[in-house]
Design a protein around this ligand. Structure first.
Ligand SMILES: Nc1ncnc2c1ncn2[C@@H]1O[C@H](COP(=O)(O)OP(=O)(O)OP(=O)(O)O)[C@@H](O)[C@H]1O
Ligand SMILES: C[C@H](N)[C@H](N)CCCCCC(=O)O
Ligand SMILES: [Mg+2]
Length: 238
Protein backbone atom coordinates (compact mmCIF):
# COMPACT_ATOMS: atom_id res chain seq x y z
CA UNK A 1 0.00 0.00 0.00
CA UNK A 2 1.11 3.58 -0.70
CA UNK A 3 0.04 6.44 1.58
CA UNK A 4 0.81 10.13 1.06
CA UNK A 5 1.33 12.26 4.17
CA UNK A 6 0.34 15.87 3.65
CA UNK A 7 -0.57 18.56 6.15
CA UNK A 8 -2.39 21.80 6.71
CA UNK A 9 0.92 23.63 6.60
CA UNK A 10 4.64 23.32 7.19
CA UNK A 11 5.85 22.56 10.70
CA UNK A 12 2.57 20.87 11.56
CA UNK A 13 4.20 17.53 12.31
CA UNK A 14 4.17 15.57 9.04
CA UNK A 15 7.65 14.17 9.61
CA UNK A 16 7.00 13.04 13.16
CA UNK A 17 3.63 11.58 12.10
CA UNK A 18 5.32 9.77 9.19
CA UNK A 19 7.87 8.33 11.59
CA UNK A 20 5.11 7.25 13.97
CA UNK A 21 3.18 5.51 11.18
CA UNK A 22 6.35 3.79 10.00
CA UNK A 23 7.21 2.64 13.52
CA UNK A 24 3.69 1.36 14.16
CA UNK A 25 3.64 -0.54 10.85
CA UNK A 26 7.04 -2.10 11.50
CA UNK A 27 5.83 -3.08 14.95
CA UNK A 28 2.91 -4.84 13.24
CA UNK A 29 5.33 -6.87 11.11
CA UNK A 30 5.12 -4.84 7.93
CA UNK A 31 8.01 -3.91 5.68
CA UNK A 32 8.10 -0.12 5.29
CA UNK A 33 9.75 2.45 3.05
CA UNK A 34 9.54 6.24 3.28
CA UNK A 35 9.95 8.76 0.43
CA UNK A 36 10.39 12.52 0.47
CA UNK A 37 9.91 13.74 -3.09
CA UNK A 38 11.11 17.29 -2.40
CA UNK A 39 13.12 18.41 0.61
CA UNK A 40 13.95 22.09 1.15
CA UNK A 41 15.86 24.05 3.74
CA UNK A 42 18.82 21.71 3.92
CA UNK A 43 22.20 21.77 2.18
CA UNK A 44 24.06 18.88 0.54
CA UNK A 45 24.77 16.12 3.03
CA UNK A 46 22.74 17.68 5.83
CA UNK A 47 20.06 15.60 7.58
CA UNK A 48 16.55 16.22 6.28
CA UNK A 49 13.15 14.79 7.12
CA UNK A 50 14.11 11.26 6.15
CA UNK A 51 16.99 11.31 8.63
CA UNK A 52 14.47 12.23 11.35
CA UNK A 53 12.11 9.46 10.24
CA UNK A 54 14.97 6.94 10.30
CA UNK A 55 16.17 8.19 13.70
CA UNK A 56 12.74 7.78 15.24
CA UNK A 57 11.44 4.66 13.46
CA UNK A 58 14.54 2.76 12.36
CA UNK A 59 13.35 2.64 8.74
CA UNK A 60 16.32 2.36 6.38
CA UNK A 61 14.45 2.06 3.05
CA UNK A 62 14.16 5.73 2.16
CA UNK A 63 14.40 7.92 -0.95
CA UNK A 64 14.63 11.68 -1.36
CA UNK A 65 14.12 12.79 -4.97
CA UNK A 66 14.99 16.49 -4.87
CA UNK A 67 16.73 18.71 -2.34
CA UNK A 68 17.04 22.49 -2.36
CA UNK A 69 18.94 24.70 0.05
CA UNK A 70 16.55 27.54 0.80
CA UNK A 71 13.74 26.93 3.34
CA UNK A 72 11.06 27.78 0.78
CA UNK A 73 8.51 26.05 -1.42
CA UNK A 74 10.47 23.69 -3.69
CA UNK A 75 9.66 25.53 -6.91
CA UNK A 76 10.93 28.85 -5.57
CA UNK A 77 13.96 27.22 -3.92
CA UNK A 78 14.81 25.57 -7.27
CA UNK A 79 14.52 28.90 -9.09
CA UNK A 80 16.79 30.64 -6.60
CA UNK A 81 19.58 28.12 -6.98
CA UNK A 82 19.09 27.60 -10.71
CA UNK A 83 18.44 23.91 -10.11
CA UNK A 84 16.10 21.73 -12.20
CA UNK A 85 12.50 21.69 -11.06
CA UNK A 86 11.16 18.49 -9.52
CA UNK A 87 10.01 16.11 -12.25
CA UNK A 88 6.81 14.15 -11.61
CA UNK A 89 7.92 10.90 -13.26
CA UNK A 90 11.17 10.98 -11.30
CA UNK A 91 9.29 11.36 -8.01
CA UNK A 92 6.83 8.60 -8.93
CA UNK A 93 9.62 6.24 -10.00
CA UNK A 94 11.39 6.72 -6.68
CA UNK A 95 8.27 5.49 -4.89
CA UNK A 96 7.80 2.56 -7.28
CA UNK A 97 11.27 1.31 -6.38
CA UNK A 98 9.72 0.17 -3.08
CA UNK A 99 6.75 -1.73 -4.50
CA UNK A 100 8.02 -4.84 -2.73
CA UNK A 101 7.24 -3.20 0.64
CA UNK A 102 3.97 -3.65 2.45
CA UNK A 103 3.71 0.08 3.13
CA UNK A 104 5.31 3.04 1.38
CA UNK A 105 4.86 6.44 3.04
CA UNK A 106 5.37 9.57 0.95
CA UNK A 107 5.80 12.89 2.81
CA UNK A 108 4.97 16.14 1.07
CA UNK A 109 6.58 19.53 1.65
CA UNK A 110 4.54 22.06 3.55
CA UNK A 111 0.81 22.03 2.89
CA UNK A 112 -1.16 20.30 0.16
CA UNK A 113 -0.97 23.07 -2.47
CA UNK A 114 2.70 23.88 -2.08
CA UNK A 115 4.36 23.80 -5.49
CA UNK A 116 6.93 21.04 -5.72
CA UNK A 117 7.46 22.42 -9.23
CA UNK A 118 5.52 25.17 -11.07
CA UNK A 119 2.72 22.79 -12.10
CA UNK A 120 3.09 20.04 -9.52
CA UNK A 121 1.80 19.67 -5.97
CA UNK A 122 1.65 16.61 -3.73
CA UNK A 123 -1.82 16.07 -5.21
CA UNK A 124 -0.32 15.22 -8.60
CA UNK A 125 2.08 12.86 -6.86
CA UNK A 126 -0.79 11.16 -5.01
CA UNK A 127 -2.79 10.90 -8.23
CA UNK A 128 0.17 9.40 -10.06
CA UNK A 129 0.57 6.86 -7.25
CA UNK A 130 -3.16 6.23 -6.99
CA UNK A 131 -2.66 6.74 -3.28
CA UNK A 132 -4.89 8.19 -0.56
CA UNK A 133 -3.66 11.01 1.62
CA UNK A 134 -3.48 11.50 5.36
CA UNK A 135 -3.73 15.11 6.56
CA UNK A 136 -1.56 16.08 9.52
CA UNK A 137 -3.29 18.94 11.31
CA UNK A 138 -2.67 21.21 14.27
CA UNK A 139 -4.69 20.63 17.42
CA UNK A 140 -5.84 24.10 18.35
CA UNK A 141 -7.89 27.14 17.38
CA UNK A 142 -7.60 27.77 13.65
CA UNK A 143 -7.22 24.15 12.62
CA UNK A 144 -10.88 23.70 11.59
CA UNK A 145 -10.58 26.10 8.68
CA UNK A 146 -7.12 24.94 7.61
CA UNK A 147 -8.04 21.27 7.78
CA UNK A 148 -11.33 21.62 5.93
CA UNK A 149 -9.63 23.68 3.20
CA UNK A 150 -7.01 20.93 2.86
CA UNK A 151 -9.56 18.13 2.70
CA UNK A 152 -11.62 20.05 0.15
CA UNK A 153 -8.54 20.47 -2.04
CA UNK A 154 -7.88 16.72 -1.85
CA UNK A 155 -11.46 15.89 -2.78
CA UNK A 156 -11.54 18.49 -5.55
CA UNK A 157 -8.58 16.62 -7.05
CA UNK A 158 -10.65 13.43 -7.03
CA UNK A 159 -8.48 11.89 -4.33
CA UNK A 160 -9.30 10.15 -1.07
CA UNK A 161 -8.50 11.56 2.36
CA UNK A 162 -7.77 8.49 4.48
CA UNK A 163 -7.74 10.27 7.82
CA UNK A 164 -6.62 13.19 9.95
CA UNK A 165 -3.65 12.89 12.30
CA UNK A 166 -3.11 15.56 14.94
CA UNK A 167 0.60 16.29 14.76
CA UNK A 168 1.17 17.37 18.35
CA UNK A 169 -1.44 16.67 21.01
CA UNK A 170 -0.90 18.50 24.32
CA UNK A 171 -0.96 16.86 27.76
CA UNK A 172 -3.57 19.39 28.90
CA UNK A 173 -5.73 20.32 25.89
CA UNK A 174 -7.56 23.63 26.03
CA UNK A 175 -11.23 24.19 25.18
CA UNK A 176 -10.70 24.59 21.41
CA UNK A 177 -8.43 21.55 21.25
CA UNK A 178 -10.97 19.43 23.09
CA UNK A 179 -13.84 20.64 20.88
CA UNK A 180 -11.76 20.04 17.74
CA UNK A 181 -11.71 16.31 18.42
CA UNK A 182 -15.43 16.34 17.66
CA UNK A 183 -15.54 19.19 15.17
CA UNK A 184 -12.68 18.17 12.86
CA UNK A 185 -14.51 14.97 11.74
CA UNK A 186 -17.80 16.86 11.75
CA UNK A 187 -16.75 19.61 9.33
CA UNK A 188 -14.50 17.47 7.11
CA UNK A 189 -16.30 14.10 7.09
CA UNK A 190 -12.87 12.57 7.76
CA UNK A 191 -12.09 10.65 10.96
CA UNK A 192 -9.24 11.52 13.26
CA UNK A 193 -7.14 8.36 12.99
CA UNK A 194 -4.19 9.44 15.08
CA UNK A 195 -2.91 11.83 17.72
CA UNK A 196 0.84 12.21 18.22
CA UNK A 197 1.56 13.40 21.77
CA UNK A 198 3.53 16.62 22.11
CA UNK A 199 7.14 15.75 22.81
CA UNK A 200 7.01 12.50 20.85
CA UNK A 201 9.69 13.80 18.52
CA UNK A 202 12.16 13.87 21.38
CA UNK A 203 11.69 10.22 22.38
CA UNK A 204 14.46 7.77 21.63
CA UNK A 205 13.80 5.11 19.00
CA UNK A 206 13.02 2.36 21.45
CA UNK A 207 10.39 4.36 23.33
CA UNK A 208 9.03 5.93 20.14
CA UNK A 209 8.59 2.52 18.53
CA UNK A 210 7.03 1.02 21.63
CA UNK A 211 4.46 3.80 21.96
CA UNK A 212 3.70 4.66 18.32
CA UNK A 213 0.95 2.00 17.84
CA UNK A 214 -1.11 3.50 20.66
CA UNK A 215 -1.19 6.87 18.91
CA UNK A 216 -3.36 5.54 16.09
CA UNK A 217 -6.83 4.03 15.80
CA UNK A 218 -6.16 0.29 16.00
CA UNK A 219 -8.70 -0.69 13.36
CA UNK A 220 -7.46 1.90 10.92
CA UNK A 221 -3.84 0.88 11.49
CA UNK A 222 -4.62 -2.80 10.97
CA UNK A 223 -6.27 -2.02 7.64
CA UNK A 224 -3.22 0.02 6.65
CA UNK A 225 -0.80 -2.77 7.37
CA UNK A 226 -1.73 -5.41 4.85
CA UNK A 227 -0.40 -8.93 5.44
CA UNK A 228 3.35 -8.77 4.87
CA UNK A 229 4.12 -9.51 1.23
CA UNK A 230 7.44 -11.17 1.76
CA UNK A 231 9.64 -12.10 4.64
CA UNK A 232 12.79 -10.69 3.07
CA UNK A 233 11.68 -7.18 2.17
CA UNK A 234 13.60 -5.67 5.06
CA UNK A 235 12.65 -3.03 7.65
CA UNK A 236 10.48 -5.31 9.67
CA UNK A 237 10.17 -5.34 13.42
CA UNK A 238 13.56 -5.12 15.06
N1 LIG B 1 4.49 15.51 18.35
C1 LIG B 1 5.57 16.30 18.40
N2 LIG B 1 6.28 16.41 19.53
C2 LIG B 1 7.37 17.20 19.56
N3 LIG B 1 7.81 17.95 18.57
C3 LIG B 1 7.12 17.87 17.42
C4 LIG B 1 5.98 17.05 17.26
N4 LIG B 1 5.54 17.19 15.99
C5 LIG B 1 6.36 18.06 15.41
N5 LIG B 1 7.31 18.47 16.25
C6 LIG B 1 8.40 19.43 16.01
O1 LIG B 1 7.88 20.50 15.25
C7 LIG B 1 8.79 20.81 14.19
C8 LIG B 1 8.07 20.60 12.87
O2 LIG B 1 7.66 19.26 12.80
P1 LIG B 1 7.82 18.49 11.43
O3 LIG B 1 9.23 18.57 10.95
O4 LIG B 1 7.25 17.12 11.61
O5 LIG B 1 6.90 19.40 10.48
P2 LIG B 1 6.58 19.10 8.97
O6 LIG B 1 5.12 19.28 8.80
O7 LIG B 1 7.16 17.77 8.59
O8 LIG B 1 7.36 20.28 8.17
P3 LIG B 1 7.84 20.27 6.63
O9 LIG B 1 6.76 20.95 5.85
O10 LIG B 1 9.12 21.03 6.68
O11 LIG B 1 8.08 18.85 6.21
C9 LIG B 1 10.00 19.90 14.33
O12 LIG B 1 11.02 20.58 15.04
C10 LIG B 1 9.46 18.75 15.15
O13 LIG B 1 10.47 18.16 15.96
C1 LIG C 1 11.06 24.78 4.55
C2 LIG C 1 9.89 24.01 5.12
N1 LIG C 1 10.40 23.20 6.24
C3 LIG C 1 9.24 23.12 4.06
N2 LIG C 1 10.18 22.12 3.62
C4 LIG C 1 8.71 23.90 2.87
C5 LIG C 1 7.50 24.70 3.26
C6 LIG C 1 6.97 25.54 2.13
C7 LIG C 1 5.78 26.37 2.58
C8 LIG C 1 5.30 27.34 1.52
C9 LIG C 1 4.06 28.11 1.98
O1 LIG C 1 2.99 27.47 2.22
O2 LIG C 1 4.17 29.32 2.22
MG1 LIG D 1 8.60 17.29 7.33
Amino acid sequence: MRLVITGTSTDVGKTVATAALAAAAIGAGASVAVCKPAQTGVGPGEPGDLAEVSRLSGVTATAESYRYRDPLAPDRAARREGAPFADLSTMLSAVSEFDDRDLVLVEGAGGVLVRLAPDITILEVAAGLDAPLVVVAAAGLGTLNHTELTVRAIRAAGLECAGIVIGSWPDEPDLAQRCNLEDLPLVTGVPIVGRIPAGAGSLDRQRFGARAPEWFDAGWLSRLVVHPKSADAGDRAH
